[in-house]
Write a protein that binds this ligand. Sequence first.
Ligand code: FAD
Ligand code: MG
Ligand code: MG
Length: 327
Amino acid sequence: GGGAESPREAAGENFRLGTYVRLRLVGDDKKFLEKELAAADAEIVRLEALFSANIASSDISRVNRAGGEWVKVGPETADLIKRSLAIAAETDGAFDPAIGRVVRLWGIGTSAARVPDEPEIRAALRGGGYKNVKVREEDGESYVKAPDGLWLDLGAIAKGRVADILKERLVSDGVRGAIIDLGGNLALIGSSPDGRPWRLGLQHPHKQRGEYFGVVNVSDGSVVTSGPYERFFERDGVRYHHIFDPATGYPAKSDLDSVSIIDADSTRADALCTALFVMGRARAEKFLEKNTDLAAVLVLASGDKVLVTPAAREIFELTDKKFTVEV
Ligand code: FAD
Ligand code: MG
Ligand code: MG
């Protein structure tokens, strides 16, 4: 290498959005790529300050504290809440952005993680879910209202949205190749430095991080995975994970071990893989039959089988031969 036409790269890692964010940009001009890298990180920080339920001054936290009053929010927040409500409706509430009190109550992934009692769970569900969240536009401003006691949490969709915003910005600035890795939520620009599609591993649900059961070959797309192995704690031999069934307020009892979605739209992919995990195999298959464009790879909890939708067949390659593929 080293010739004038060989691609240059810039890469960085920061702790953002409660996870490790890794950006790798490919182009011709190293200085330009370094500048884009810094601007991308600043953009993540800006968006996290709007979307995070863990930052008191964020748009989301201000809505959650408003006791049922209208709150003025930024346009990105209003857009993301509207998309969240639409996907919540589309998935019959399996994805529910109004799950915030349940998330906070269990505290999974924090030092406050515990198993709440039934009355606490009932209280956390009392707000009634996403149908009670309202968005209003007036004179070019956006307002959001959630009933008193109902809290929003965009943890299952915001990384996808941040990835889409970054991607759009990098592309319009002229970056011709990138891997945007927001804690395993991947969005891609162009192809890899060798000109082939990016080859991305899908995490094995029961093995060390970085051990894959398969790979997908993707250019210009996004790959998102949800599973119960990401964040959990154990109490009395029972494992409690961070993906909740909004119908019960408990960690979803899913017969799936993970759901990966490969889609150009990372926002939708993020929300839907959480939703399909909550749905479990039977409901997820019905949803996928209605959405034949979706490329999805589902690992069954039985431990021996992977379901691959027709749209994913061309890009998915099984590498762990302990599994069999069912289409
Ligand atoms: P996904 O399946 O994509 O999402 C699961 C997360 O979504 C859960 O953690 C919960 O927050 C929420 N959720 C659970 N069930 C449902 C459901 N049925 N419908 C809708 N949503 C559901 N982590 C920290 O530890 N500290 C932080 O300060 C922090 N800040 C963050 C700020 C932002 C803007 C974002 C996007 C994430 C942040 N996180 C933070 C991480 C976050 O709490 C989640 O753990 C993470 O987003 C989970 O992503 P995932 O891909 O593993 O799972
Ligand atoms: Mg998600
Ligand atoms: Mg995710």
